[in-house]
Design a protein around this ligand. Structure first.
Ligand SMILES: Nc1ncnc2c1ncn2[C@@H]1O[C@H](COP(=O)(O)OP(=O)(O)O)[C@@H](O)[C@H]1O
Ligand SMILES: [Mg+2]
Length: 407
């Protein structure tokens, strides 16, 4: 029986519906580096953890989480530290004689302990060259490639590294991406022993577009994590409840699918768990009405609050004005609609807002901004095109929550 998860990455055994996708990723990785994108809470980290735990094709995997990093040096140190921690013997074999900087830090490992490795690396580095590019080229890529060992580096929340860098060290973004790109294209991945699997919840394209640097990530294969289908959602609900001997009305799984809209796996887990709790509480077979209760309970629950709040706050963090205010205004409008709003009406609302802010933008510029905003909101999973030129919240749960607190 599969456990409920409401936020933490899944144990590989409890992951649903991702086998084919994971095989597909391994297939793509044969000849390309991959950028795996999907909004938060949809299951990227779980997929990447699974691949790290059960690597195929003779790879050894090294995973890092870079959401809070902002500098190429820290990125390299974090990679090396994770490598050393995950595969100490292999790491020693590769780096012992190959690299002066890392080799001499390894000599001190008895003294600093494994936990102090990163700090020791940092100290050692500042004694020598502080040029991250040189270190990266000669002490990392060259050495690792010479070893002929197949290595998959899994970098979770890579776009955040770039956005942090843009904020704190803007002059490094282009050089870093150009450098990283050069290692992605030469040697051609087919002849390289290194592979990159980068995960991201934030869409980098508009940021890089605005910097005129979009070419710098086009060496990566862009792959989206598939959205769960309605029948998968229903299968999940059915099996999770049946496995727990819950008696339920046969229409419940499809009602959950309807209410969820485009399903965020986390919300699916939360709602199903809540249905199970309701069943234990009321001690009778579950009825359709209980699905509505579960959704209402969820929107006001503290468990969901942080996760839903995050969708609200991240606009503040990642959308620049005037897109920020416009995003809030359009989402408030959508949350009050019954079945979404036509694109034209959203555009009029957008124009009104821009004008009321006194921004004097030429028509074509305003239209470009609007199209970009709608694309960002779609990419970030806030909205979806429901029928021809009609838009609505992608997630029914998020819509109900937004309406309650922010409309
Ligand atoms: N394949 C899956 N099957 C069932 N639940 C999932 C699956 N993927 C994600 N989830 C749910 O989503 C939550 C977040 O997953 P996670 O992998 O951390 O997403 P992300 O890295 O995209 O933010 C999990 O705690 C779980 O509740
Ligand atoms: Mg994650």
């Amino acid at each position: 029986m599969s456990d409920f998860y409401t936020g933490s990455p899944l144990d590989p055994e409890d992951m649903w519906f991702r086998d084919d996708f994971i095989n597909l990723l391994w297939e793509i990785l044969r000849t390309e580096h991959v950028l795996l994108t999907a909004p938060r809470r949809t299951g990227k980290t779980s997929v990447m953890d699974f691949m790290a735990a059960k690597p195929q094709e003779g790879y050894s995997a090294i995973s890092v989480f870079v959401q809070d990093l902002d500098h190429p040096s820290e990125f390299l140190l974090t990679l090396l530290d994770a490598f050393q921690a995950k595969h100490p013997v292999l790491f020693r074999k590769i780096f012992k004689s190959g690299s002066s900087w890392i080799g001499s830090t390894l000599d001190r490992i008895e003294e600093v302990g494994f936990a102090g490795f990163k700090i020791a690396l940092r100290e050692q580095k500042s004694k020598g060259s502080d040029d991250w590019k040189l270190l990266g080229d000669h002490e990392f890529f060259e050495v690792v490639r010479r070893s002929k060992q197949k290595l998959l580096f899994i970098v979770d929340e890579f776009p955040d590294l770039i956005l942090n860098m843009k904020r704190n060290h803007p002059e490094l973004v282009r050089p870093f991406l150009a450098w990283f790109r050069s290692h992605c294209v030469s040697p051609h991945p087919k002849h390289d022993t290194i592979r990159w699997l980068l995960g991201g919840s934030v869409n980098l394209s508009s940021t890089l577009d605005a910097m005129g640097s979009i070419d710098l990530i086009n060496s990566l294969h862009d792959e989206r994590l598939p959205v769960l289908t309605s029948s998968q959602v229903q299968e999940f609900v059915s099996r999770m409840l049946s496995d727990r001997n819950v008696d339920f009305h046969s229409g419940i799984p499809s009602e959950v699918a309807n209410r969820l809209g485009r399903p965020v796996p986390l919300f699916l887990q939360m709602v199903t768990q809540d249905l199970y709790r309701i069943w234990k509480r009321v001690q009778r077979p579950l009825e359709i009405e209980d699905v509505h209760t579960a959704f209402s309970e969820l929107i006001v629950s503290s468990a969901a609050r942080d996760k839903l709040q995050h969708y609200y706050s991240r606009i503040n963090q990642y959308y620049d004005e005037p897109k920020r205010s416009a995003a809030y205004a359009l989402l408030a409008k959508l949350s009050q609609s019954n079945h979404g709003v036509p694109r034209k009406a959203l555009e009029q609302e957008f124009d009104r807002l821009i004008q009321s802010q006194g921004a004097n933008l030429p028509d074509h510029e305003r239209r470009r901004l609007f199209n970009q905003l709608l694309r960002d909101l779609e990419n970030d999973f806030y909205v979806a095109e429901t029928s021809n030129d009609q838009f609505d919240f992608a997630s029914g749960l998020l819509k109900a929550w937004w309406k309650k607190y922010y409309a």
